[in-house]
Design a protein around this ligand. Structure first.
Ligand SMILES: Cc1ncc(COP(=O)(O)O)c(C=O)c1O
Length: 376
């Protein structure tokens, strides 16, 4: 599904130098390496503040905590995501309110979100799933009209940039007028969470995460929360957690960040090769190519209840695929406002194919041939 060795080889010299620099520095948690990474990531993403954390999960958790989302509050989110998205809402004591996906997409439906707002709603939590931007303009407008926060789950979407009104947009003309063209995932909400889990488009050599925000108070609060609620040693203003980014991970991420745009371009080239090869295959719908997508996953839909059989046939031909995600999250608690037909269809039909920057065209042809055979 993913060959990280070629990526590592590509950047091996810089990684060795980064490793040596950290060893020689004798400083292994936070410190100058983390500060430098935070500054470089903030500049790359075009955000005023970036705070290095232990994981994407912690970035979501501390975003909600820093915005004072807690018991009694509702957070409108997608039911079709990794568990951490709703887990963190539940962890802070708030209620995830699951609304459906926009038809034909894997992204939160802004109209369904608008219909689900109650006096208890505090935040919208869209996910830029698979590396495709959620309909942020419409969600931002809804949040501004109703006095809500927007927290982006950008765990899978580093480098995705808003390019045109989103596919799931209910009002493309209006969105075109105020579209934040060129703005990156992570720069569109009140706070955003990134993951540097090793398989992500920008991966550490272990766990790592980043919170971005335009709000200096939120950034300062997250810096405090990541360090046991403390700004000065042994003075604890509030209960926090230990979620400090390691210097080694920061150094690795600094070495890789300058390569990210090139790797993203290579992912897009792989995706457009798939688009061309998979067009017109009966029973298979390729993802709609939206500008700005960074293809953390290349996910097709296989309808008619055949997805699992196709995945099994591919496995027997030596082709790895993944099902992100086999079911929706409403089973874990929270409130469901309707019967989520589009989310359930996505959970039954989504199949992610191998996509990574160094995936060769021969290997891709084998995936496509095996898919054709499985569907024939
Ligand atoms: C959509 C989404 N949100 C949150 C996370 C959590 O990130 P982490 O694994 O770094 O805690 C992930 C990671 O897989 C993710 O894919």
């Amino acid at each position: 599904m993913l060959d990280l060795s070629a990526e590592t080889a590509d950047v091996r010299g810089e990684l060795d130098a980064a490793w040596a620099r950290v060893l020689d520095s004798g400083q292994f948690v936070l410190g100058p390496e983390v500060e430098a990474f935070e500054a470089e990531a903030a500049a790359y993403l075009g955000v005023p503040h970036a705070v290095g954390l232990n994981s994407g999960t912690d970035a979501l958790l501390l975003a909600l905590r820093a915005l004072d989302v807690g018991p009694g509050d509702e957070v409108i989110t997608t039911p079709f995501s990794f568990f951490a998205t709703s887990e963190t809402i539940l962890t802070v004591g708030a209620t995830p309110v699951f609304v459906d996906l926009a038809p034909g997409t894997f992204l939160l439906d802004p109209e369904a979100a608008a219909a689900a707002v109650t006096p208890r709603t505090r935040a919208l939590l869209p996910v830029h799933l698979y590396g495709e931007l959620a309909p942020t303009t419409a969600l931002r407008r809804l949040a501004d009209a109703r006095g809500l926060f927007v927290v982006e789950d950008a765990a899978q979407a580093i480098g995705a940039r808003y390019a045109a009104p989103c596919r799931a947009c209910p009002d493309p003309e209006r969105c075109a007028a105020d579209a934040p063209v060129g703005r990156a995932a992570g720069a569109l909400g009140d706070a955003a969470a990134f993951s540097f889990y090793p398989t992500k488009n920008l991966g550490a050599l272990g766990d790592g995460g980043l919170l971005t925000t335009g709000d200096a108070h939120v950034a300062a609060r997250v810096r405090r929360l990541r360090n046991h609620g403390s700004e000065r040693r042994y003075h604890h203003e509030e209960l926090g957690v230990n979620s400090r980014l390691d210097a080694l991970q920061a150094a690795v991420l600094r070495a890789k960040l300058p390569r990210l745009e090139g790797w993203t371009a290579a992912r897009r080239a792989v995706a457009s090769r798939y688009d061309a090869a998979l067009a017109g295959i009966d029973g298979l719908t390729p993802p709609t190519a939206t500008p700005g997508h960074v293809y953390h996953q290349y996910t097709v839909r296989i309808a008619g209840g055949r997805r699992d059989a196709v995945a099994e046939a591919l496995r027997r031909s030596g082709i790895a695929t993944m099902i992100y995600y086999p079911h929706t999250l409403e089973r874990y608690g929270g409130r469901v406002v309707d019967d989520l037909p589009h989310a359930h269809a996505a959970a039954a039909e989504a199949l992610s194919l191998p996509v990574f920057p160094t995936l060769g065209s021969d290997a891709q042809d084998r995936v496509v041939d095996a898919l054709r055979r499985a569907l024939a």
